[in-house]
Design a protein. Structure first.
Length: 439
């Protein structure tokens, strides 16, 4: 058995957290490849080391005093090193980083040092070999991942080591320039390592008991999802359930390697299994609920629009010409509504309205802002009649006005549009009817 274990920032925020992680790894000798994040928050008002590094580099790039900030970052690592009683000094590393900052090495280089340094500490603590991610994870010039080269280099390099620490979040361009994934990207590193070594399991350790039916910041103590498919997870992550980076499933998905989300603070719990496909029926009709605020809708009215050939294409062409992607497009006989991200749309709204008038001569174009989308996701919904009805009656009871409904043809999800102000109420109402009422 070979397992890859990735630990998130809060799992590695202090010496105490490191000790929990060390115990987890030593308990199971198949936990051979460790992917650490940078130290995260120790308490809720704390700052993640990654954020400190971005700020520090911004000062350096703006030729402002950055050393005090860098010293604070060094203090975070020293606290961990001392707390663990390690015989390790990062002084030379910090001298090098300081020099690179003066030479304007870039904010991605800066941010990557969080994981790089934590990898060095972790390798020293565990007695595992340290493998710098810049030597095994490669990006193309256009910033996309070079998946083939990465897979080959990782496989070759890790063949030679039975136990290794590979820091998350970054890799390098062909010329050695350090580059990072988007925020939360250590999850992707873990997935790439799992694929390269054909792991039996990719364990992703974090600060919650697993993938939860709903966001714990909205629902108090939500139920844990025992098993979820990659497809369901993708829908939920895309809609804001940010437990796992949304790109992290692709490398392992093709290899059929399951992901197990686990809680560093409660390792005795089984967490959530993320799998390609399963016969296990979900505990509830729905698997999960997620959502996002900050959408705007453009409602277009024109009598008989649905018999006008090319109407939809012309309308969407206006969005394309303005570089705006659309999220949903429910339509009726004489109406069509387009949901877009408000932040992407506001600066261009008048161009878009003018463009629509020119393209299709509508009767009316109306805008509505401050909308939220809520996605109810579940493989079990396909086999159950009345799911949509239950969602809408729950929302009606909670006095939430539904602005839009969209059901994917896969019947895996139902998406409803509501006002931003109703967002939390809507999620609570749906959670209560499908989960609380079934317990
Ligand atoms: P890590 O630092 O370990 O990578 P993240 O902060 O990236 O952890 O992801 C875990 C966080 O995701 C949780 O602390 C929780 O606040 C948030 N979260 C949002 N939606 C969900 C959900 N449906 N299930 C579990 N956690 C969720
Ligand atoms: N440390 C990085 C971040 O905060 C990457 C990660 O944690 O996955 O985004
Ligand atoms: Mg994360």
């Amino acid at each position: 058995m070979k397992k890859v274990v990735k630990f998130g920032g809060s799992s590695l925020a202090s010496a105490d957290q490191f000790r929990k992680v060390g115990k987890i790894i030593r308990e199971d000798e198949s936990r051979r490849y460790v992917v650490p994040s940078a130290p995260g928050k120790r308490f809720s008002s704390d700052t993640k080391v990654t954020d400190m590094l971005y700020q520090c580099y911004e000062a350096a790039a703006g030729e402002k005093a950055y050393k005090p900030m860098l010293e604070k970052i060094q203090a975070r690592y020293d606290e961990i090193i001392q707390g663990l009683g390690l015989n390790l000094s990062l002084k030379d590393e910090f001298d090098k980083i300081s020099e690179m900052f003066t030479n304007k090495a870039g904010s991605e280089y800066a941010a990557s040092r969080g994981e790089y340094l934590n990898g060095i500490v972790m390798a020293n603590y565990l007695g595992f070999e340290f493998v710098d991610a810049a030597t095994v994870i490669f990006f193309n010039e256009d910033g996309s991942l070079n998946g083939e080269k990465t897979n080959e280099m990782l496989r070759e390099r890790l063949k030679a080591t039975e136990y290794a620490v590979i820091p998350g979040f970054y890799g390098a361009l062909e010329d050695g320039t350090v580059k990072t994934f988007s925020r939360g990207g250590s999850d992707i590193t873990g997935s790439l390592v799992a694929k390269a070594i054909t792991a039996d399991l990719y364990e992703n350790w974090t600060d919650v008991p697993g993938f939860l039916v709903a966001d714990p910041r909205i629902i108090n103590n939500p139920e844990v999802i025992e098993t979820i498919t990659y497809r369901e997870l993708r829908e939920l992550s895309y809609m804001g359930a940010s437990v796992l980076h949304e790109d992290a499933i692709f490398p392992v998905r093709k290899e059929g390697i399951p992901i197990n989300i686990r809680n560093t603070n409660a390792p005795e719990q089984k967490g959530t299994m993320i799998v390609e496909s399963t016969c296990r029926s979900p505990k509830f009709t729905i698997t999960g609920i997620a959502g996002k605020k900050g959408f705007a809708s453009i409602n277009i009215d024109k009598a008989m629009m649905n018999s006008e050939i090319g109407f939809g294409r012309k309308v969407l062409g206006v969005f394309e010409d303005n570089g705006i992607s659309f999220e949903h497009m429910p339509s009726g006989i004489d109406t069509m509504t387009i949901f877009v991200h408000q932040a992407e749309f506001v600066d261009k709204e008048q161009q878009v309205i003018a463009g629509i008038h020119r393209a299709v001569q509508p009767d009316v174009v109306e805008l509505e802002s401050d909308l939220a989308l809520v996605a109810v996701v579940g493989r079990g919904m396909r086999a159950t009649r009345g799911t949509a009805g239950r969602i809408f009656s729950a929302l009606a009871h909670a006095r939430v006005n539904v602005k839009m409904i969209d059901q994917g043809s896969s019947e895996l999800n139902i998406i409803v549009g509501v006002k931003n102000a109703d967002f939390e109420t809507a999620i609570r109402a749906i959670y209560d009817i499908f989960v609380t009422a079934q317990l």
